[in-house]
Ligand binder design. Structure first.
Ligand SMILES: *Cc1c(COP(=O)(O)O)cnc(C)c1O
Length: 381
């Protein structure tokens, strides 16, 4: 129990759950069995694909699983290369490795923190089988440039929109522009089912391959029971999770509006406290960001900065749970190539030592935002 005079500790992320979610989940737990066992799953897939503007959707147990299915359906395997940004959560790269392919890491753009299209083009070889566009922290990749490169070389562009639900690119939803898109409904994401993900595409044959792979290799048109046509995977979402997803999807506009509002409140509070910072989440021309997680670059990017030790110390002391900006994957044990010095001029090495994610749960209060910014200011001085 927390004494009433104590300040609530501020979580960095948390789902927004109302009576609607409780009602749907309760209904699924009570009635969603037997011939009703897929009702919420079917509805979630249908409503989600409509919402993001893709023809087909397959609900999965995670975004990582959705990505694994999509890459497998594209036939990616040993000897193939997949181009990804160095700045990434490892989940984006793990399926590439599990399928036996080789991730090729390129730097990010300074402003968007997303993959740099010029470096993508320079990294293409005869072995390149896919380009993964991760919309980092809800910011958008330069999709026009990436799609142009993809079509010039005949290489599919895949969108990891795990952090970008509610982000739009020239009016189209993040995740609906590439050959396929994947989303995460992990407990930290804007729309949550606890754990869960979604695969979307407008390519019917890719959809059918993913559907078969996601269901232990059983083809939807197969009338025989327990009859796999290939060895697949088991990455399905449950009806109870889908019930939660249906309720969250009905509230998606509110959930995204609140995320954008939190980013604006942080901007306002940093300026009210006269704390000048280098950058916040970037909004490309013609784009609207879902602002999943307010992220701030405190100073000029610098691979040798030590500013975060004071900032995180100050945040911890004031009960604020913030998160570091993703370290470059080429600096982590599975992917480090033993040449970090050569890479230090990259933005993916220069930004993380001066950047962090600020608490962005929907129910954060204005007073709490003041407390977070105060903690950052004291920690920087
Ligand atoms: C959260 C996240 C994932 C993984 O999502 P899961 O649903 O946990 O598998 C993948 N990519 C990015 C960019 C993410 O933020």
């Amino acid at each position: 129990m927390t004494a009433s005079h104590e300040l609530r500790s501020i979580p960095y992320a948390k789902p927004s759950i109302t009576e609607l979610e409780v009602e749907y989940v309760t209904d699924a737990a009570r009635h969603g069995w037997g011939r009703f066992h897929r009702d919420y799953i079917d509805r979630f897939e249908k409503d989600f694909s409509t919402r993001v503007g893709a023809k087909f959707a397959v609900a999965t147990s995670s975004c990582t699983g959705a990505l694994h299915l999509g890459l497998a359906a594209l036939g990616i395997g040993p000897g193939d290369e997949v181009i990804v940004a160095d700045t990434n959560w490892v989940a984006t790269v793990a399926p590439v490795v599990h399928l036996g392919a080789t991730p090729v890491f390129v730097d990010i753009e300074r402003n968007s923190w997303c993959i740099d299209p010029a470096l993508v083009e320079a990294s293409i070889t005869a072995k390149t089988k896919a380009i993964v566009a991760v919309h980092l922290y809800g910011n958008l990749c330069d999709m026009a440039a990436l799609l142009k490169i993809g079509s010039r070389y005949g290489i599919p562009v895949i969108e990891d929109a795990a952090e970008a639900i509610g982000s739009t690119y020239e009016g189209r939803c993040a995740g609906s522009l590439g050959r396929f898109g994947v989303y995460s409904f992990h407990g930290t994401k804007t729309l949550s089912t606890g754990e869960g993900g979604m695969f979307v595409t407008s390519d019917q044959s890719l959809f059918e391959s993913v559907l078969t792979l996601s269901n232990h290799g059983r083809n939807a048109s197969e009338s025989r029971q327990f009859w796999p046509s290939t060895v697949g995977y088991k990455f399905k979402m449950s009806n109870i999770q889908a019930a939660l997803g249906c309720a969250q999807l009905e509230r998606l506009d509110l959930l995204v509006d609140r995320k954008r509002q939190i980013l604006e409140e942080y901007r306002f509070e940093f300026s009210r406290q006269n704390l000048e910072v280098n950058a916040f989440n970037y909004e490309r021309n013609g784009c609207s960001i879902g602002a999943w997680m307010t992220t701030v670059v405190l100073t000029e990017p610098d691979p040798d900065s030590n500013i975060l030790s004071g900032v995180f110390g100050s945040l911890r002391k004031r009960g604020v749970d913030a998160r570091p900006f993703f370290a470059p994957l080429t600096s982590t044990p599975p992917f480090s190539n033993g040449e970090p010095r050569r890479l230090r001029s990259r933005w993916s090495y220069r930004i993380p030592p001066v950047a962090l994610n600020l608490p962005s749960a929907h129910d954060i209060t204005s007073d709490e935002i003041v407390r977070v910014v105060t903690a950052v200011r004291v920690g920087m001085s």
